[in-house]
Design a protein around this ligand. Structure first.
Ligand SMILES: Cc1ncc(COP(=O)(O)O)c(C=O)c1O
Length: 364
């Protein structure tokens, strides 16, 4: 074991130095001054009304179409409770966010993975799968996908909403990284293209911090009513204290400038990762995202992620298990590289160590 400092390419966490601590202190005091008697009390399961009103205006929808919860993962749990009986079919991209897979499996869903390409789900595979199953919903992460970094093209987005309409399934669009575009052209969301068939999820976890646990769901008012009942039966009300603080932060107009600061912090980290891959692993097959938290690498033939992961420990480099992101097998050579939580220097050194570990494995 080397005595070098440990580098973690494991979890997709925000950079701690990105948290707007001072502004949140001001927001917390102001929220307690203005709304103390509301946000320290039980309230509606939908969340803190002023925040819902702000969120409705942000996305240009009616307030009845906005629900909040304690983090967006909780919303996936509520959607699963609402939609799924044991054995029901759900489609996800393959790979996809591993915690969603855990939630779906806990609900005994039959998860069918649709292979993901650099420009979104493989449409031919999707159409084939639709010949044998109509899923209750298709869970997709169209922007800067976790774990691959892929972004869905406009053509595929249009096809997805057309297929959802034709076959009668819901699109669950999980978009926590969408506001973090560093370059290039934003595509319309699935919700923009078809709000009747889409449930759109956002989160403040990657925009302000995961600690307050504020997730957001946009959807049809009658469906949200049912989800709010499940939320009420689960926790009565989400954390209104958190929501009051987040509200004061966003209502004071600070979010757009803060998002710009995040991009200024993260874009060079993505570039550092791409440059290091070019330098140390020029033959690596890697995604080249325009934003978000992740890129992914397909390791060379003969180098499984499991073996490279094991070998990387010799270099004090921690890597994540690639296969956990695949609903029905595959991913033996898949590696996710989350670049936001570590510095450009650590990224460069981490990729250098990764290249060493791959070389060792290939050398047998
Ligand atoms: C795609 C995706 N969805 C949901 C979540 C969970 O977010 P939250 O903190 O809002 O529960 C994450 C967190 O990494 C994520 O990557």
């Amino acid at each position: 074991m080397s005595d070098q400092a440990v580098i973690n390419f494991t979890r997709g966490v925000p950079a701690p130095e990105s948290f707007p601590v001072e502004d949140l202190k001001v927001a917390a005091e102001s929220a307690l001054d203005k709304y103390g008697r509301v946000i320290l009390q039980y309230g509606k399961a939908y969340g803190f009304m002023p925040l819902r009103e702000w969120l409705a205006e942000w996305q240009g929808v009616a307030v009845e179409q906005v629900m909040t919860s304690n983090g967006s993962l909780q919303l996936i749990e509520f959607l699963s409770t609402h939609f799924l009986q044991p054995g029901d079919v759900v489609f996800t991209e393959s790979p996809t966010y591993d915690r969603t897979l855990t939630t779906l499996k806990r609900h005994q869903a039959r998860v069918v993975g649709i292979p993901l390409q650099p420009d979104g789900p493989d449409m031919e595979a999707l159409e084939n799968a639709l010949q044998t199953h109509t899923p209750k919903f298709f869970y997709v992460i169209p922007d800067f996908q976790n774990p691959s970094g892929a972004t869905c093209s406009r053509e595929k987005r249009e096809r997805l909403v057309a297929l959802a309409e034709k076959h009668g399934f819901w699109l669950v669009e999980d978009a926590p990284y969408r506001p973090l575009r560093f370059r290039g052209q934003e595509q319309p969301s699935l919700y923009d293209l078809n709000p009747e068939r889409t449930l759109h999820m956002l989160s403040f976890s990657k925009l302000i911090g995961p600690g307050p646990r504020v997730g957001i769901l946009y959807g049809q008012a009658d469906l949200l009513q049912k989800l709010a009942k499940i939320a009420e039966d689960t926790y009565i009300t989400p954390s209104l204290l958190s929501q009051g603080i987040i509200y004061e932060f966003v209502a004071s107009g600070k979010l757009p400038a803060h998002i710009e600061q995040l991009k200024a912090l993260y874009a060079p980290r993505l570039q550092a990762c791409l440059d290091a891959l070019d330098r140390f692993m020029p033959d690596a097959e890697a995604t080249r995202p325009d934003g978000g938290f992740f890129l992914s690498v397909t390791l060379p033939e003969g180098a499984s992620t499991a073996r490279v992961r094991e070998q990387a420990k010799q270099y004090n480099l921690n890597l994540a298990d690639g296969q956990a992101f695949f609903p029905d097998g595959g991913g033996e050579r898949f590696l996710r590289l989350p670049y936001c939580g570590i510095t450009p220097e650590e990224i460069n050194e981490g990729v250098r160590r990764l290249a060493e570990a791959v070389k060792d494995v290939l050398a047998g």
